[in-house]
Design a protein around this ligand. Structure first.
Ligand code: NAD
Ligand code: UD1
Length: 345
Protein backbone atom coordinates (compact mmCIF):
# COMPACT_ATOMS: atom_id res chain seq x y z
CA UNK A 1 0.00 0.00 0.00
CA UNK A 2 1.38 3.45 -0.84
CA UNK A 3 1.85 5.68 2.20
CA UNK A 4 -0.61 8.54 2.45
CA UNK A 5 -0.08 11.64 4.60
CA UNK A 6 1.54 11.90 8.02
CA UNK A 7 -1.15 12.79 10.54
CA UNK A 8 -0.37 14.01 14.05
CA UNK A 9 -2.79 12.44 16.53
CA UNK A 10 -2.88 14.15 19.93
CA UNK A 11 -4.23 11.91 22.69
CA UNK A 12 -3.53 8.98 20.38
CA UNK A 13 -2.79 6.57 23.24
CA UNK A 14 -6.30 7.08 24.67
CA UNK A 15 -9.52 5.21 23.96
CA UNK A 16 -10.82 6.81 20.75
CA UNK A 17 -7.37 8.03 19.70
CA UNK A 18 -5.85 4.53 19.75
CA UNK A 19 -8.63 3.11 17.56
CA UNK A 20 -8.19 6.00 15.14
CA UNK A 21 -4.41 5.53 15.03
CA UNK A 22 -4.99 1.87 14.18
CA UNK A 23 -7.50 2.77 11.47
CA UNK A 24 -5.17 5.39 9.99
CA UNK A 25 -2.30 2.90 9.87
CA UNK A 26 -4.54 0.27 8.29
CA UNK A 27 -5.66 2.75 5.63
CA UNK A 28 -2.05 3.58 4.70
CA UNK A 29 -1.63 6.82 6.63
CA UNK A 30 1.41 7.50 8.76
CA UNK A 31 0.06 8.39 12.22
CA UNK A 32 2.35 10.17 14.69
CA UNK A 33 1.18 10.19 18.30
CA UNK A 34 1.55 12.83 20.98
CA UNK A 35 0.22 12.00 24.45
CA UNK A 36 1.22 12.88 28.00
CA UNK A 37 -0.20 9.53 29.21
CA UNK A 38 -2.26 11.35 31.86
CA UNK A 39 -5.17 8.99 31.13
CA UNK A 40 -3.63 6.22 29.04
CA UNK A 41 -0.85 3.72 28.65
CA UNK A 42 1.92 3.38 26.10
CA UNK A 43 0.88 -0.26 25.88
CA UNK A 44 -1.95 0.78 23.51
CA UNK A 45 0.62 2.05 21.00
CA UNK A 46 2.73 -1.09 21.37
CA UNK A 47 -0.36 -3.19 20.57
CA UNK A 48 -1.27 -1.07 17.53
CA UNK A 49 2.24 -1.67 16.22
CA UNK A 50 1.77 -5.38 16.82
CA UNK A 51 -1.60 -5.38 15.00
CA UNK A 52 -0.40 -3.38 12.01
CA UNK A 53 3.33 -4.13 11.74
CA UNK A 54 3.76 -0.35 11.49
CA UNK A 55 6.14 1.74 13.57
CA UNK A 56 4.20 4.55 15.23
CA UNK A 57 6.37 7.54 16.19
CA UNK A 58 5.41 8.47 19.77
CA UNK A 59 6.14 11.68 21.70
CA UNK A 60 5.34 11.79 25.41
CA UNK A 61 4.53 15.43 26.00
CA UNK A 62 1.87 17.87 27.04
CA UNK A 63 0.14 19.67 24.16
CA UNK A 64 -0.36 22.81 26.24
CA UNK A 65 3.34 23.63 25.69
CA UNK A 66 3.89 24.92 22.14
CA UNK A 67 7.67 24.76 22.59
CA UNK A 68 7.43 20.97 22.98
CA UNK A 69 5.32 20.64 19.83
CA UNK A 70 7.57 22.67 17.50
CA UNK A 71 10.34 20.07 17.16
CA UNK A 72 7.83 17.43 16.01
CA UNK A 73 6.68 19.67 13.19
CA UNK A 74 10.32 20.02 12.09
CA UNK A 75 11.04 16.31 12.42
CA UNK A 76 7.90 14.91 10.79
CA UNK A 77 6.23 15.83 7.48
CA UNK A 78 2.90 16.52 9.22
CA UNK A 79 0.03 17.37 6.89
CA UNK A 80 -2.90 17.22 9.28
CA UNK A 81 -3.82 16.96 12.94
CA UNK A 82 -6.54 15.02 14.75
CA UNK A 83 -6.93 16.48 18.22
CA UNK A 84 -8.21 14.09 20.91
CA UNK A 85 -6.04 15.24 23.83
CA UNK A 86 -8.37 16.61 26.51
CA UNK A 87 -9.85 15.87 29.90
CA UNK A 88 -13.33 14.32 29.52
CA UNK A 89 -14.97 13.54 32.87
CA UNK A 90 -18.08 15.67 33.31
CA UNK A 91 -18.30 15.33 37.13
CA UNK A 92 -14.61 16.09 37.59
CA UNK A 93 -14.98 19.18 35.39
CA UNK A 94 -17.51 20.59 37.86
CA UNK A 95 -15.04 20.06 40.73
CA UNK A 96 -11.97 21.29 38.83
CA UNK A 97 -13.17 23.80 36.23
CA UNK A 98 -9.83 25.58 35.97
CA UNK A 99 -7.97 22.35 35.19
CA UNK A 100 -10.51 21.60 32.43
CA UNK A 101 -10.46 25.07 30.89
CA UNK A 102 -6.68 25.11 31.05
CA UNK A 103 -6.01 21.68 29.60
CA UNK A 104 -8.74 21.63 26.96
CA UNK A 105 -8.43 25.24 25.79
CA UNK A 106 -4.70 25.87 26.19
CA UNK A 107 -4.02 22.58 24.42
CA UNK A 108 -6.13 23.78 21.50
CA UNK A 109 -4.46 27.24 21.39
CA UNK A 110 -0.99 25.80 21.54
CA UNK A 111 -1.64 23.31 18.77
CA UNK A 112 -3.29 25.84 16.46
CA UNK A 113 -0.43 28.32 16.97
CA UNK A 114 2.20 25.74 16.13
CA UNK A 115 0.20 24.51 13.12
CA UNK A 116 -0.13 28.09 11.87
CA UNK A 117 3.60 28.67 12.17
CA UNK A 118 4.36 25.49 10.26
CA UNK A 119 1.66 26.06 7.65
CA UNK A 120 -0.32 22.96 8.53
CA UNK A 121 -4.02 23.68 8.14
CA UNK A 122 -5.94 20.38 8.21
CA UNK A 123 -7.56 19.93 11.62
CA UNK A 124 -10.11 17.44 12.96
CA UNK A 125 -11.56 18.14 16.41
CA UNK A 126 -13.16 15.78 18.98
CA UNK A 127 -16.37 17.52 19.89
CA UNK A 128 -19.32 15.92 21.63
CA UNK A 129 -23.09 15.62 21.55
CA UNK A 130 -22.90 17.28 24.96
CA UNK A 131 -22.99 20.60 23.04
CA UNK A 132 -26.70 19.96 22.35
CA UNK A 133 -27.57 20.07 26.08
CA UNK A 134 -31.17 18.89 26.54
CA UNK A 135 -32.18 18.94 22.87
CA UNK A 136 -35.79 19.69 22.09
CA UNK A 137 -35.93 17.47 19.02
CA UNK A 138 -34.64 13.94 18.40
CA UNK A 139 -32.99 12.79 16.21
CA UNK A 140 -30.70 15.79 16.78
CA UNK A 141 -29.47 17.56 13.63
CA UNK A 142 -26.23 19.60 13.54
CA UNK A 143 -28.38 22.74 13.24
CA UNK A 144 -29.95 22.21 16.70
CA UNK A 145 -29.28 24.98 19.24
CA UNK A 146 -26.14 24.47 21.34
CA UNK A 147 -25.59 25.05 25.06
CA UNK A 148 -23.45 23.65 27.85
CA UNK A 149 -24.37 22.78 31.40
CA UNK A 150 -20.94 21.93 32.80
CA UNK A 151 -17.32 23.08 32.34
CA UNK A 152 -16.42 20.06 30.18
CA UNK A 153 -19.26 20.88 27.77
CA UNK A 154 -18.24 24.55 27.83
CA UNK A 155 -14.73 23.62 26.70
CA UNK A 156 -16.18 21.79 23.68
CA UNK A 157 -18.50 24.69 22.81
CA UNK A 158 -15.73 27.27 23.25
CA UNK A 159 -13.36 25.16 21.17
CA UNK A 160 -15.89 25.04 18.32
CA UNK A 161 -16.21 28.84 18.48
CA UNK A 162 -12.43 29.30 18.48
CA UNK A 163 -12.13 26.94 15.53
CA UNK A 164 -14.81 28.80 13.59
CA UNK A 165 -12.92 32.08 14.07
CA UNK A 166 -9.60 30.50 13.12
CA UNK A 167 -11.12 29.04 9.94
CA UNK A 168 -12.43 32.49 9.03
CA UNK A 169 -9.12 34.22 9.74
CA UNK A 170 -7.46 33.10 6.54
CA UNK A 171 -8.42 30.90 3.66
CA UNK A 172 -6.71 27.55 3.63
CA UNK A 173 -7.75 26.18 7.01
CA UNK A 174 -9.90 23.04 6.77
CA UNK A 175 -11.43 22.26 10.13
CA UNK A 176 -13.95 19.58 11.05
CA UNK A 177 -15.82 19.34 14.34
CA UNK A 178 -16.97 15.78 14.96
CA UNK A 179 -19.73 15.62 17.54
CA UNK A 180 -19.58 12.09 18.90
CA UNK A 181 -22.61 10.50 20.51
CA UNK A 182 -21.79 7.61 22.92
CA UNK A 183 -18.63 5.74 21.89
CA UNK A 184 -18.50 2.16 23.20
CA UNK A 185 -16.96 -1.19 22.33
CA UNK A 186 -13.42 -2.05 21.37
CA UNK A 187 -11.39 -3.29 18.44
CA UNK A 188 -12.63 -6.82 17.58
CA UNK A 189 -9.12 -8.21 18.23
CA UNK A 190 -9.57 -7.48 21.95
CA UNK A 191 -6.07 -5.95 21.98
CA UNK A 192 -7.08 -2.30 22.42
CA UNK A 193 -10.10 -0.89 24.24
CA UNK A 194 -11.37 1.50 26.88
CA UNK A 195 -9.36 1.50 30.10
CA UNK A 196 -11.12 3.83 32.54
CA UNK A 197 -9.35 4.62 35.78
CA UNK A 198 -11.37 4.10 38.99
CA UNK A 199 -15.12 3.50 39.01
CA UNK A 200 -16.53 4.04 35.50
CA UNK A 201 -19.10 6.83 35.10
CA UNK A 202 -20.31 5.56 31.76
CA UNK A 203 -22.75 2.75 31.16
CA UNK A 204 -20.87 0.24 29.00
CA UNK A 205 -17.63 0.06 30.99
CA UNK A 206 -19.74 -0.27 34.14
CA UNK A 207 -21.67 -3.18 32.62
CA UNK A 208 -18.49 -4.96 31.53
CA UNK A 209 -17.06 -4.58 35.04
CA UNK A 210 -20.23 -6.12 36.48
CA UNK A 211 -19.89 -8.98 33.97
CA UNK A 212 -16.25 -9.58 34.90
CA UNK A 213 -17.10 -9.54 38.63
CA UNK A 214 -15.37 -6.28 39.61
CA UNK A 215 -18.73 -4.67 40.55
CA UNK A 216 -21.71 -6.57 42.04
CA UNK A 217 -24.56 -4.96 40.06
CA UNK A 218 -25.47 -2.12 37.75
CA UNK A 219 -27.35 0.87 39.11
CA UNK A 220 -29.88 1.99 36.51
CA UNK A 221 -30.29 5.74 36.92
CA UNK A 222 -34.06 6.28 36.81
CA UNK A 223 -36.95 4.44 35.13
CA UNK A 224 -39.54 7.18 34.82
CA UNK A 225 -38.20 9.04 31.81
CA UNK A 226 -40.68 9.51 28.94
CA UNK A 227 -38.99 6.74 26.91
CA UNK A 228 -40.23 3.30 25.77
CA UNK A 229 -39.21 1.59 29.04
CA UNK A 230 -38.63 4.61 31.29
CA UNK A 231 -34.80 4.40 31.23
CA UNK A 232 -32.51 6.91 29.48
CA UNK A 233 -32.03 6.58 25.73
CA UNK A 234 -28.69 7.21 23.99
CA UNK A 235 -27.04 6.70 20.61
CA UNK A 236 -24.25 4.17 21.24
CA UNK A 237 -21.65 3.98 18.49
CA UNK A 238 -18.92 1.36 18.02
CA UNK A 239 -15.51 2.96 18.48
CA UNK A 240 -14.24 1.35 15.25
CA UNK A 241 -17.04 3.05 13.29
CA UNK A 242 -16.11 6.30 15.04
CA UNK A 243 -12.46 5.86 14.07
CA UNK A 244 -13.49 5.37 10.44
CA UNK A 245 -15.51 8.60 10.66
CA UNK A 246 -12.27 10.48 11.40
CA UNK A 247 -10.58 9.13 8.31
CA UNK A 248 -13.67 10.01 6.24
CA UNK A 249 -13.55 13.56 7.64
CA UNK A 250 -9.84 13.92 6.85
CA UNK A 251 -10.41 12.82 3.28
CA UNK A 252 -13.44 15.05 2.78
CA UNK A 253 -12.00 18.25 4.22
CA UNK A 254 -8.77 18.09 2.21
CA UNK A 255 -10.47 19.70 -0.77
CA UNK A 256 -12.96 21.72 1.30
CA UNK A 257 -11.51 24.72 3.17
CA UNK A 258 -13.59 26.23 5.95
CA UNK A 259 -15.25 24.73 9.00
CA UNK A 260 -17.47 21.67 8.92
CA UNK A 261 -19.52 20.00 11.64
CA UNK A 262 -20.84 16.45 11.68
CA UNK A 263 -22.67 14.22 14.12
CA UNK A 264 -21.09 10.80 14.48
CA UNK A 265 -23.69 8.37 15.79
CA UNK A 266 -25.79 5.49 14.50
CA UNK A 267 -29.07 7.41 14.50
CA UNK A 268 -30.63 4.73 16.73
CA UNK A 269 -31.64 5.32 20.33
CA UNK A 270 -31.20 2.49 22.88
CA UNK A 271 -32.37 2.56 26.48
CA UNK A 272 -30.27 1.43 29.44
CA UNK A 273 -32.35 -1.77 29.62
CA UNK A 274 -31.94 -2.32 25.84
CA UNK A 275 -28.17 -2.23 26.39
CA UNK A 276 -28.39 -4.64 29.35
CA UNK A 277 -30.47 -7.09 27.25
CA UNK A 278 -28.18 -6.77 24.21
CA UNK A 279 -25.15 -7.38 26.43
CA UNK A 280 -26.70 -10.49 27.96
CA UNK A 281 -27.67 -11.77 24.49
CA UNK A 282 -24.27 -11.08 22.94
CA UNK A 283 -22.16 -12.48 25.77
CA UNK A 284 -24.32 -15.00 27.65
CA UNK A 285 -23.43 -13.16 30.90
CA UNK A 286 -26.16 -12.08 33.28
CA UNK A 287 -26.14 -8.45 34.44
CA UNK A 288 -27.91 -7.94 37.77
CA UNK A 289 -29.25 -4.43 38.16
CA UNK A 290 -31.20 -2.20 40.53
CA UNK A 291 -33.22 0.84 39.64
CA UNK A 292 -31.99 3.88 41.60
CA UNK A 293 -32.59 7.65 41.50
CA UNK A 294 -32.03 9.43 38.19
CA UNK A 295 -28.53 10.95 37.86
CA UNK A 296 -28.69 14.76 38.15
CA UNK A 297 -28.11 16.46 34.82
CA UNK A 298 -29.03 13.43 32.67
CA UNK A 299 -31.34 13.98 29.70
CA UNK A 300 -34.12 11.54 28.82
CA UNK A 301 -32.99 10.85 25.27
CA UNK A 302 -30.33 11.87 22.80
CA UNK A 303 -29.67 10.33 19.41
CA UNK A 304 -28.23 11.68 16.24
CA UNK A 305 -29.61 12.72 12.92
CA UNK A 306 -26.83 11.13 10.87
CA UNK A 307 -28.01 12.20 7.42
CA UNK A 308 -25.36 14.92 7.00
CA UNK A 309 -22.42 12.55 7.63
CA UNK A 310 -23.98 9.94 5.42
CA UNK A 311 -24.65 12.31 2.50
CA UNK A 312 -21.49 14.42 2.67
CA UNK A 313 -18.83 12.20 4.25
CA UNK A 314 -20.29 9.00 2.75
CA UNK A 315 -19.84 7.53 6.20
CA UNK A 316 -22.34 5.53 8.24
CA UNK A 317 -21.94 3.31 11.25
CA UNK A 318 -21.85 -0.39 10.37
CA UNK A 319 -21.86 -2.11 13.75
CA UNK A 320 -25.02 -2.61 15.83
CA UNK A 321 -25.55 -2.81 19.57
CA UNK A 322 -24.90 -6.57 19.73
CA UNK A 323 -21.47 -6.15 18.13
CA UNK A 324 -20.68 -3.22 20.44
CA UNK A 325 -21.50 -5.42 23.46
CA UNK A 326 -19.62 -8.42 22.04
CA UNK A 327 -16.46 -6.38 21.46
CA UNK A 328 -16.68 -4.48 24.76
CA UNK A 329 -16.88 -7.86 26.53
CA UNK A 330 -14.14 -9.42 24.39
CA UNK A 331 -11.79 -6.59 25.45
CA UNK A 332 -12.82 -6.64 29.12
CA UNK A 333 -12.67 -10.42 29.49
CA UNK A 334 -9.23 -10.62 27.84
CA UNK A 335 -7.94 -7.61 29.84
CA UNK A 336 -9.83 -7.64 33.16
CA UNK A 337 -7.62 -4.85 34.51
CA UNK A 338 -7.15 -3.05 31.20
CA UNK A 339 -3.57 -2.37 30.14
CA UNK A 340 -2.41 -2.97 33.75
CA UNK A 341 -2.40 -6.70 32.94
CA UNK A 342 0.31 -6.21 30.31
CA UNK A 343 2.74 -5.03 33.00
CA UNK A 344 2.50 -8.30 34.87
CA UNK A 345 3.18 -10.60 31.85
P1 NAD B 1 -9.08 9.40 26.73
O1 NAD B 1 -8.90 10.04 28.05
O2 NAD B 1 -9.01 7.92 26.65
O3 NAD B 1 -8.06 10.01 25.68
C1 NAD B 1 -7.53 11.32 25.79
C2 NAD B 1 -6.02 11.19 25.69
O4 NAD B 1 -5.44 12.51 25.74
C3 NAD B 1 -5.40 10.40 26.85
O5 NAD B 1 -4.52 9.44 26.30
C4 NAD B 1 -4.66 11.44 27.68
O6 NAD B 1 -3.51 10.89 28.28
C5 NAD B 1 -4.33 12.49 26.61
N1 NAD B 1 -4.18 13.87 27.10
C6 NAD B 1 -5.04 14.58 27.86
N2 NAD B 1 -4.58 15.83 28.04
C7 NAD B 1 -3.39 15.90 27.38
C8 NAD B 1 -2.42 16.92 27.18
N3 NAD B 1 -2.57 18.14 27.73
N4 NAD B 1 -1.33 16.66 26.42
C9 NAD B 1 -1.16 15.43 25.87
N5 NAD B 1 -2.04 14.43 26.03
C10 NAD B 1 -3.14 14.67 26.77
O7 NAD B 1 -10.48 9.92 26.15
P2 NAD B 1 -11.30 9.46 24.86
O8 NAD B 1 -12.56 8.85 25.34
O9 NAD B 1 -10.44 8.74 23.93
O10 NAD B 1 -11.69 10.90 24.27
C11 NAD B 1 -10.92 11.52 23.26
C12 NAD B 1 -11.54 12.85 22.92
O11 NAD B 1 -12.90 12.65 22.52
C13 NAD B 1 -11.58 13.86 24.06
O12 NAD B 1 -11.34 15.14 23.54
C14 NAD B 1 -13.01 13.75 24.57
O13 NAD B 1 -13.43 14.94 25.18
C15 NAD B 1 -13.75 13.51 23.27
N6 NAD B 1 -15.04 12.83 23.46
C16 NAD B 1 -15.07 11.63 24.14
C17 NAD B 1 -16.29 11.00 24.31
C18 NAD B 1 -16.38 9.70 25.08
O14 NAD B 1 -17.46 9.34 25.51
N7 NAD B 1 -15.30 8.93 25.24
C19 NAD B 1 -17.47 11.56 23.81
C20 NAD B 1 -17.40 12.77 23.11
C21 NAD B 1 -16.16 13.40 22.94
C1 UD1 C 1 -21.81 10.95 28.99
C2 UD1 C 1 -21.29 12.32 29.38
C3 UD1 C 1 -21.52 13.30 28.24
C4 UD1 C 1 -20.92 12.79 26.94
C5 UD1 C 1 -21.56 11.44 26.64
C6 UD1 C 1 -21.01 10.85 25.36
C7 UD1 C 1 -21.63 12.30 31.80
C8 UD1 C 1 -22.42 12.85 32.95
N1 UD1 C 1 -21.99 12.74 30.59
O1 UD1 C 1 -23.21 11.06 29.04
O2 UD1 C 1 -20.94 14.53 28.53
O3 UD1 C 1 -21.20 13.69 25.90
O4 UD1 C 1 -21.29 10.55 27.74
O5 UD1 C 1 -19.90 10.11 25.57
O6 UD1 C 1 -20.68 11.56 31.99
N2 UD1 C 1 -26.36 4.97 33.25
C9 UD1 C 1 -26.87 4.13 34.23
N3 UD1 C 1 -26.00 3.59 35.13
C10 UD1 C 1 -24.65 3.82 35.09
C11 UD1 C 1 -24.14 4.68 34.08
C12 UD1 C 1 -25.02 5.25 33.18
O7 UD1 C 1 -28.08 3.89 34.30
O8 UD1 C 1 -23.92 3.30 35.95
C13 UD1 C 1 -27.29 5.53 32.26
C14 UD1 C 1 -27.33 7.05 32.21
O9 UD1 C 1 -28.29 7.55 33.09
C15 UD1 C 1 -27.68 7.30 30.74
C16 UD1 C 1 -27.03 6.12 30.01
O10 UD1 C 1 -26.83 5.11 30.98
O11 UD1 C 1 -29.07 7.21 30.54
C17 UD1 C 1 -25.69 6.47 29.38
O12 UD1 C 1 -24.87 7.06 30.38
P1 UD1 C 1 -23.34 7.46 30.07
O13 UD1 C 1 -22.64 6.28 29.48
O14 UD1 C 1 -22.77 8.04 31.31
O15 UD1 C 1 -23.44 8.54 28.90
P2 UD1 C 1 -24.25 9.94 28.86
O16 UD1 C 1 -25.16 10.08 30.00
O17 UD1 C 1 -24.86 10.04 27.53
Amino acid sequence: MTKKESILVTGGAGYIGSHTVLELAQQGYNPIVVDNLSNSSLESIRRIEELTDATIPFYELDVVHPESLHPIFYEQPIEGVIHFAAFKAVGESVEKPLAYYQNNLEGLFSLLQVMDQHDVSQFVFSSSCTVYGDAEVVPIPETAPVSAVNPYGQTKLMSEIILRDVAQSRSGWSITNLRYFNPVGAHPSGRIGEDPSGIPNNLMPYITQVAVGTRPFLRVFGDTYPTHDGTGVRDYIHVVDLAKGHVAALEYQKAKPGVHTFNLGTGKGSSVLDVVKAFERATGKSIPYEIVEARPGDVAEAYADTSKASTILHWSAEFGLDEMCRDAWNWQSKNPHGYEDARSV
